[in-house]
Design a protein around this ligand. Structure first.
Ligand SMILES: Cc1cc2nc3c(=O)[nH]c(=O)nc-3n(C[C@H](O)[C@H](O)[C@H](O)COP(=O)(O)OP(=O)(O)OC[C@H]3O[C@@H](n4cnc5c(N)ncnc54)[C@H](O)[C@@H]3O)c2cc1C
Ligand code: SF4
Ligand code: SF4
Length: 741
């Protein structure tokens, strides 16, 4: 940007800085006459900026944090760089000479960043706003209806010949309305009718997906419907393929597969729907029925998680036993989990004299004289029990349909070769031919992505992206997961989930139509530009992009799909040739920003520490610390980055050769329970910095000068201390010997 205007606010305590001196620096070093206003975010302040806009390409606003007043300081067609003098200096530092120097450096960095930025052009293409919903259970039906009601055309694909999923196989469903005590007729049938009557929804039953190629707004879908191929294009996808029951044959210890009268909750549901709950061994009406909770659930050897509905399902099925058979139900649980208003349902079942409930451990299940015997220890009533029953029902849990489709173990049998800690990992799909083995294994999406045919999942087989901040998001832009494929849940939650995912799909098609990305840089229209003439086909970018945005040609040259991109900048951080850049975030811009820091020569007490802070958690945490009056060292210069995974090692080299004494990267938590908004950005940064440290060691420079620390936004009270401690560590090591060279 050539024409840059600088505006300094003196409100909110910023006037305590030597603003006159800052103006002089701006004039001397950049030839810019900075304007000052005592209340820049006021109508008059903004007007002061607006009056100059016609002559400017970019505006540098030295005032409050970039995280506040975003709309106030937005000027159409102009680049805006915010310099954080309020939270970043005045509110977080004792205002002495060092703080003044900090403010001056921040203004220098801001101006240089504005000068080096370029206005992005959105990636515009002819896009489809139609939505594909995969799976016609309660979740898929709801997602389809919600999207259609909002005016979008929907393709609903169901592999079975009928719609409805598991909910259509139920006799009755849980109470979903006050007083939360009466069982209900399954809602799914009215949803099916509504879907069939909606002209915007095209239903394909007995159909599976053979291939999906392309990117959001331009997904080309190939279906196999009873052997016939159907093709269409959609803009976004909702995956609602639901759950499969946990394999009860693994529960031999509970008698399944050994005794005919040990069945699963699904089998009981089927019997109730057929009108009779009987003993499979002799067809006699089952009078006394034992329900064993958490059968295989919350058990490290089977399903380590809780399936959320099984306790409620057993209470419901106990009611079937009471009403259909005039029998008695015995429910043996680890903990009874009936959240929210379902507690009322639990209470009325407790009050029923034909329902016996106790916490306990099952020590043995066996048959004696044609009856099932269930031995229970550690009961609430204090004594061990042996219950004689006609039937034993195992409350088995739910497994995501994505589980086990392809796993690290299959693709990377040697654990050490696993590139990251996530469970499903890249297998190269470059053509429909590559999809064949996956089709045979019943894959769901069959994506033609360099990073594999399916939504990546975490260890229990549930897809994820950033479950804390946005649950429906997957690691593939434009593809959202909802219902039991995403997490175990009951129908009411599936309906909520479906609405959320439909909304996300709508948001995706609308944003990509404007060339913009989604969460967490929603609305960003900038995308990475690859100067491929200098690409060495090292494949780092195509392997490390967490969102599978980059395909690859036969030689390994990246083939970008800009609409799949979440703009994290991890590819920029990865590329050893430094040929990946954004218009608003580039190697040159960052290198220049680092160079803009004034590094005093050889003065022990004037060390310079550079902190790359993730804009999603660490940077806001620092703002919050400032807001709460926490102070930290004025020797540290904080530069926000999209993700610490976007920090290229050249930034470190530049900083150290500039004489910066220490570099701290503040990023999100990584590993299995990661909180990184770009999945593995912080993990990749950690790995890159380990390599940097080895290099430093070889150069006889202390590796401790570079450090990565994981922080969450909730660590705002700890971040100032983390910075101070790092500054102290660097003081111990002493100044960078390259200073002044
Ligand atoms: C025994 C039992 C009883 C329950 N009773 C209740 C109850 O009373 N009340 C309640 O709220 N919840 C109950 N639940 C939970 C309830 O079953 C789920 O919440 C609900 O079924 C989830 O709906 P869904 O649409 O997400 O998944 P599903 O019902 O599993 O639907 C997924 C659909 O996707 C289809 N599909 C799968 N793979 C593909 C593919 N590759 N291509 C195309 N289509 C595909 C499937 O055929 C299916 O139609 C019960 C659960 C159990 C285990
Ligand atoms: S910016 Fe992020 S999402 Fe986009 S291509 Fe690069 S690594 Fe992938
Ligand atoms: S990281 Fe850079 S050099 Fe390597 S393949 Fe990607 S673009 Fe080419």
């Amino acid at each position: 940007m050539e024409k840059v205007g600088v505006y300094i606010c003196t409100g909110c305590g910023i006037d305590k800085l030597n603003v006159k001196k800052i103006r002089e620096i701006v004039k001397e070093e950049f030839g810019i006459e900075a304007k000052v206003h005592s209340f820049l975010c006021s109508k008059e302040g903004v007007e002061l900026i607006r009056k100059d806009l016609a002559d400017l390409d970019a505006v540098v606003i030295a005032a409050c944090s970039p995280r506040v007043k975003t709309a106030t300081f937005e000027f159409d067609g102009k680049y805006v760089e915010r310099v954080n003098l309020r939270e970043g200096v005045v509110w977080s530092h004792t205002l002495d000479e060092n703080a003044q120097e900090l403010a001056e450096d921040y203004v220098r960095i801001g101006i240089v960043k504005a000068q080096k930025a370029m206005m992005p052009e959105p990636y515009k293409a002819e896009v489809s706003k139609d939505i594909l919903v995969v799976g016609g259970g309660v979740t898929g039906l709801t997602a389809a209806l919600e999207a259609a009601k909002a005016g979008y055309n929907v393709y609903l694909v169901e592999k079975e010949s009928e719609l409805g999923g598991w909910a259509a196989k139920m006799y009755k469903t849980l109470p979903s309305t006050p007083p939360y005590t009466r069982l209900e007729e399954p809602i799914v049938f009215s949803l099916i009718e509504e879907v069939k009557a909606n002209e915007r929804i095209k239903v394909y039953t007995s159909s599976t997906i053979e291939a999906i190629n392309g990117q959001p707004g331009m997904f080309d879908v190939k279906l196999n419907q009873n052997g016939n191929t159907v093709e269409f294009r959609v803009g976004a996808i909702v995956v609602a393929t639901g759950w499969k029951p946990y394999d009860a044959t693994k529960l031999e210890n509970l008698g399944y597969g050994k005794y005919a009268n040990v069945i699963t909750n699904i089998q009981l549901e089927e019997m109730a729907k057929n009108g009779e709950i009987t003993r499979p061994s002799d067809g006699k009406v089952a009078k006394d029925v034992v329900f064993i909770q958490c059968a295989g659930s919350r058990d490290e050897n089977h399903l380590p998680y809780c399936s959320a509905v099984c306790c409620l399902v057993s209470l419901k099925q106990a009611k079937y036993v009471r009403e259909l058979n005039d029998g008695n139900a015995f429910i043996i649980y680890k903990d009874m989990r009936t959240p929210g208003l379902w507690e009322d349902f639990y209470k009325i079942m407790q009050e029923d004299e034909g329902v016996f409930l106790t916490k306990g451990e099952i020590s043995k299940v066996y048959e004696e004289d044609g009856k099932m015997m269930v031995e229970v220890t550690n009961t609430l009533i204090g004594e061990d029990l042996t219950i004689k029953a006609d039937l034993v029902v195992l409350a088995t849990g739910m497994v995501s349909t994505l589980k086990g489709l392809y796993t690290v173990k299959e693709e990377f049998p040697d654990e050490n070769t696993v590139p990251y800690k996530h469970v499903s990992e890249p297998v190269m799909i470059k053509s429909e031919e590559d999809l064949k083995p996956y089709l045979e294994r019943g894959h769901i999406l069959n994506l033609q992505y360099r990073q594999g045919p399916e939504l990546p999942t975490l260890k229990y087989g549930f897809p994820d992206s950033h479950y804390i901040c946005f649950p429906y998001e997957s690691r593939r832009v434009g593809i959202y997961a909802a219902g039991c494929v995403r997490a175990p849940m009951e129908i009411a939650s599936c309906i909520e989930d479906a609405k959320g995912a439909a909304l996300k799909a709508i948001q995706a098609v609308e944003l990509v139509a404007e060339g913009k990305t989604t969460f967490p840089r929603t609305w960003d229209m900038d995308y990475p530009d690859f100067f491929l003439q200098r690409c060495t086909q090292c494949k780092r970018c195509t392997e490390e992009c967490p969102f599978g945005a980059l395909d690859e040609d036969e030689k390994g040259t990246p083939q970008p799909n800009p609409l799949r991109c979440r703009r994290c900048g991890i590819c920029l951080g990865a590329c050893p040739e430094r040929i990946i850049n954004f218009k608003l975030y580039s190697i040159d811009q960052m290198a220049s920003a680092i160079k803009a820091i004034n590094v005093p020569e050889e003065e022990e007490e004037k060390l310079r520490i550079l902190v790359f802070a993730c804009e999603n958690d660490a940077y806001p945490a620092l703002d919050m610390a400032a807001l709460n009056g926490f102070k930290y060292s004025p020797l540290a210069r904080i530069i926000p980055v999209r993700c610490i995974g976007s920090v290229n090692v050249v930034f470190i080299a530049d900083a150290l050769s500039r004489g910066i004494d220490g570099i701290l990267l503040l990023g999100c938590k990584f590993g299995e329970d990661y909180q990184c908004h770009f999945i593995r950005g912080s993990e990749l940064a950690e790995r890159r910095m380990e390599n940097v440290k080895e290099t430093l060691d070889r150069l006889m420079l202390e590796p401790e000068r570079v450090k990565v620390v994981e922080v969450a936004i909730t660590d705002w009270d700890k971040v100032p201390k983390i910075i101070d401690e790092f500054v102290e560590e660097i003081k111990e090591i002493g100044p960078n010997p390259y200073k002044g060279f």
